[in-house]
Design a protein around this ligand. Sequence first.
Ligand code: 6GU
Length: 238
Amino acid sequence: MIIDIITIFPNMFKPVLGESIIKRAQNKGLVKINIYDLRDYSGNIHKKIDSPAFGGGPGMVLRPEPVFKAIESILGESLYPHKKKNSKKNIVFFTPQGKILVQKDIKRFLKYQRLVLLAARYEGIDERIRKYAIDEEVSIGDYVLSGGELPAMVFVDALVRIIPGVVSSRESVLRESFENNLLDYPHYTKPREFRGLKVPDVLLSGDHKKIKEWRKIRAYEITKLKRPDLIEKKRKQT
Ligand code: 6GU
């Protein structure tokens, strides 16, 4: 998979994408992440990418030209007026107006060979970008961040870790549990007794059937307590 990220803060991405699972996935050749500085496509020597709004009002608006140029240069084809019919590019824009991501959405994005992510500042992008350049608008929750950079990184992290081969099978078993709409069961390790606090007997019993059953019940109880909405969702699915 190729992920192209367009941003005015390339330096924000480098440390995050250069560590841990995302780093490993890139080293294994399972994903290629390219970062582009939107200012390089400004079309002017001052690298200015915004202008005041037509019709007046406070704040600046992101001009269409840099965004169109950046995307066209990355993909090597025109967005408008010569966009190929039915050419689904999957250009994702991060905005609080977008669809709030859940695990199921992340899985859906796995099917694309290539994704272009546009991380900008939301208080004003020219509407023609929305209409003619963007395929999907995505949010990471109902709260306002100062820009789409962190959401884009959240998206990349969630996506990359489910690319087949990126995490070990043991890790991916844990992931399955969220797809079940259940939270994880409690974990214990050494010592058997810490300051008088004991590990549940069943986990020391060696009875794997019983342990499995105990974990299932605990996962359900924890979910019911902390995230009753997930139980409701699970009920509707079955
Ligand atoms: Cl995608 N962008 C911004 N600016 N704020 C957000 C968000 C995105 N998702 C949640 N809050």
